[in-house]
Design a protein around this ligand. Sequence first.
Ligand code: NAP
Length: 390
Amino acid sequence: MVKRIAILGSTGSIGKNALRVIESLGEGYEVAALSAHSRVELLAEQVRRYKPRFAAITNADFTEEFRGLVGDLDVEVLAGPEGLAEIAQLEEVDIVLTAVVGAAGLPAVLSAAKAGKTLAIANKEPFVIAGELLTQIVKKSGSVILPVDSEHSAIFQAMQAGKHDEVSKIILTSSGGPFRKMSPEEIENVTLEQALSHPVWDMGPKITIDSATMMNKALEVIEAHWLFDMPVDKIEVLVHPESIVHSLVEFVDGSMIAQLGKPDMCLPIQYALTYPARVAGIAEHLQLDELGKLTFEKPNMETFRALSLGYEVARTGGTAAVVFNAANEAAVGEFLAGRIKFVRIVELIEHCLNKHKVKRQVSLEELLEADGWARREVEQRAREHKSVRA
Ligand SMILES: NC(=O)c1ccc[n+]([C@@H]2O[C@H](COP(=O)([O-])OP(=O)(O)OC[C@H]3O[C@@H](n4cnc5c(N)ncnc54)[C@H](OP(=O)(O)O)[C@@H]3O)[C@@H](O)[C@H]2O)c1
């Protein structure tokens, strides 16, 4: 049986790797649909090469330009966030690989889950903000969730060594990011260029900044809580700068099962697409004797306050996670635009969390309302701060 795959966010770092993986897998795997937000030329090139039946442009301002670029091809063009949600539930699609960045992926993830699709999840933010809602939908529709994030893929693989109630803890590893060894005083004045230079992984700008603040690890703790139905206090983070052990599961008898591999996203992407089978692929194999030693250390939760905030948010539940995520997305946007300093990102997140009155058992509308409030709050605070400095 051919697996027909939709890649939501095919022009991004995960999306491009996913296309390389599908191409290398060859027969049995087909690109059914692709999407981009605004990089129309790249999307048009991808459509020409991989011949999907459907393509979506989520930023409707670019739809006409895109239609012009693919006018000679047999592809149905969909527009806006609705177009993305439509692609995610098409009958012609078996696996939806979510590689959009941020909460913008939520409507499409909900749509795929409701339609009972197999979801290969790279886009962690929808799970962080609507984990409870998504879990309920998935249980009802029979949708299958396969993690793509390297840490969660590692945990997913390690979990297969025992039963759920035999797990004593999950250990998420982290490279520590570019500022791992810096003091708070040194971090105070880091530049955008430094923050965008990840020591190990080559990723999109938002997740690269999240790795520098360790917000990415905080989001991953919440993601793991929902994906593996694991209490937050059973999820630990260890800094592992070599990024070879992608994560571990400890069982009640004391055995630890880890998954190792080169830091290359093609491996977890491929496993999600071929699951439950394993096939030879393009990811380079590890040579253990060339590695020397592997090191692990506890994260500095004071310097990297985002991580401790992430644990608090996960314990609090309700709308805390949506505010945490939205404030971060808005603050990272301000930092990438050069309007705030790096250290202001986490300050703004903390400000929003302190000001927000958490609601529990919330509807999707209430989640989106909290999301919008946090974004506006960050933008306003960032502007105020700028005018004070000016
Ligand atoms: N990169 C990694 O190695 C990695 C590893 C683990 C998990 N993840 C997760 O995977 C997701 C994607 O990360 P990435 O690094 O691949 O990001 P990226 O390189 O920035 O790519 C993002 C993709 O989403 C599209 N997009 C941007 N804004 C959008 C919007 N408002 N609505 C719909 N689509 C939009 C982009 O389209 P345009 O190109 O047209 O802008 C692009 O195709 C994130 O959630 C990240 O946390 C990434």
